[in-house]
Design a protein around this ligand. Structure first.
Ligand code: SF4
Length: 492
């Protein structure tokens, strides 16, 4: 990295640090030095409670130092290879343990660039004890741990709270004692065993809820504090990874959330995280309590059938003017097959009620290329959008985002076939042609076919991914190109 490049990295890092508020004392230095890497944007990492929890737990251990790494600090700045830590600018290659937090399979693609920048072999068996110990965890690892099994020394497909402290304790006390680490529940040491045993231990979310111990003004919640209010989901949607990997569902009680708020008295703005927030058993009381405390609520998508007048009042008081709802498809047949039923009449009545209560924008999520989807299923989706538009006053806006179905491991639809490129293009073309007739108050967004195909590939690829990344890392080194914008995606 040139001096100019490093200076740019450091000045952006300083600006971002100035916008952070810290609620835990985290040590940078220790006998064992750990780096926690979020292989994507700083803003996403600082919104990710898995990444933040690892940073908080490891940073609170005696004798352990930890620093954060982000390969990209800002979306509009060139990607910076993570040569230097966010905290102190220490070179990444200096650390004893590198912990990667992968939320999305697409982030696996950052591996070749990062490893090439460090001059570190991608394949674990080619590394020696002069290299750091590499750990991978996060939702994407829970989804497809096999893909990383020849690259990482330790894989954590389970929950960080019950695993990361025992792993780091063992590394600190005994070094990389594979047998001892493999004894920890929910931890996989691929060089000892070719298969991963499913999770046995589950974190008690009421004993210690996940939250943002560092609040960044650049996080995806507009600079709000973030707390996880439920892990897992009680529903049974056939395609859903969150339901599969965070089972059994566990709600953080209202009482625990109140205690947390008492301990964070300056919190006036709060992002609520859960795969399905409105399935929290005390959701109405939760919204009421936050409104009474004058706390602004930030949430992601809503479950239309759970929206009550109390919730509407809380959302309006939080200045929320737009809501996101996920019908997934307009086809009743497909909704039944995906085990996400919806009474269309009641749904439309609720949309009407939301517009009547002053909400200005309704965004709907749909999935295209579902297993067995026909033109008449797609037509039913367009029909549903048209019905929503008929209800919407002309000065309100309605939008739809179409993603592409990707079968994920561990879900009921794991064995379904991912759509081919031509199918995605054909289905998208058909949807676009049908949407053309809709009025200007409607906008649609589509996932790129290439991104969907890449995600489908990375969701299912096995240990052979290591060879592909090793080849790509070699190219990166030869061409001195280290960031995702600079090297082309793998051929597949
Ligand atoms: S898709 Fe949503 S509602 Fe369905 S199981 Fe997943 S989180 Fe729950």
């Amino acid at each position: 990295m040139s001096l100019k490049h490093r200076h740019n990295f450091e000045s952006v890092a300083e600006q971002l640090k100035a916008g952070e508020k810290h609620y835990s004392q985290i040590k940078f230095a220790g006998k064992l030095s750990c780096a926690v890497i979020y292989p994507n944007l700083y803003s996403l990492g600082m919104s990710n409670l898995g990444f933040l929890t690892v940073h908080r737990l490891v940073g609170s251990m005696p004798g352990i130092g930890i620093e954060r790494f982000f390969p990209a600090l800002l979306p509009d700045s060139p990607l910076n290879p993570p040569f230097y830590s966010f905290e102190t600018g220490r070179p990444l290659g200096d650390f004893n343990v590198l912990m990667f937090s992968f939320s999305f399979e697409g982030d696996f693609d950052k591996i070749p660039g990062i490893f090439a920048a460090l001059g570190m072999p991608v394949i674990a068996s080619e590394r020696s004890n002069r290299h750091p110990i590499l750990i991978a965890g996060g939702a994407a690892v829970a989804s497809n741990s096999a893909a990383l099994s020849l690259i990482f020394d330790i894989i954590v497909p389970g929950e960080a709270e019950s695993t990361i402290v025992p792993i780091i304790t063992t590394l600190n006390d005994k070094g990389f004692d594979k047998e001892a680490i493999a004894q920890i529940d929910n931890v996989w040491v691929p060089s000892l065993s070719k298969t991963y045993l499913p999770a046995k231990a589950y974190h008690d979310v009421n004993a210690s809820p996940a939250y943002s111990h560092i609040v960044s003004e650049k996080n995806a919640f507009g600079g709000a504090h973030i707390i996880e209010v439920m892990r897992g989901c009680p529903r049974v949607c056939s395609f859903c990874l969150a339901r599969a990997i965070y089972s059994p569902p566990r709600a953080v009680s209202l009482q625990t959330i109140e205690q947390w708020l008492d301990a964070h008295a300056d919190c006036t703005d709060l992002g609520l995280v859960a795969p399905s927030l409105f399935d929290h058993p005390e959701v109405e009381e939760l919204f009421k309590m936050l409104t009474e405390r004058n706390i602004r609520i930030r949430n992601s998508s809503v479950k239309w059938e759970k929206i009550t007048p109390t919730i509407i009042e809380s959302l309006r008081k939080s200045n929320i003017t737009g809501l996101t709802i996920a019908p997934e498809t307009g086809s009743e047949r497909l909704r039944k097959e995906m085990r996400k039923p919806m009474d269309e009449g009641r749904f439309l009545n609720k949309i009407n009620e939301l517009f009547d209560n002053g909400f200005e924008h309704i965004k709907m999520y749909f999935v295209s290329c579902l297993p067995g989807e026909t033109d008449s299923d797609t037509a039913a989706t367009i029909d549903l959008i048209e019905k929503v538009l008929k209800i919407a006053p002309s000065y309100r806006s309605v939008s739809a985002t179409f993603s592409v179905f990707v079968p994920k491991n561990h879900t009921e639809w794991s064995e379904q076939t991912a759509p081919e490129q031509y199918e995605i293009k054909k289905r998208t073309k058909y949807i676009k042609s049908m949407l053309q007739k809709l009025p200007g108050q409607f906008k649609a967004n589509f996932e790129s076919p290439n991104e969907a195909l890449r995600q489908a590939y990375l969701s299912k690829v096995g240990p052979e991914l290591a060879d592909e990344y090793a080849r790509e890392a070699k190219e990166c080194r030869l061409n001195q190109l280290f960031s995702k914008n600079q090297f082309s995606a793998l051929e597949f």
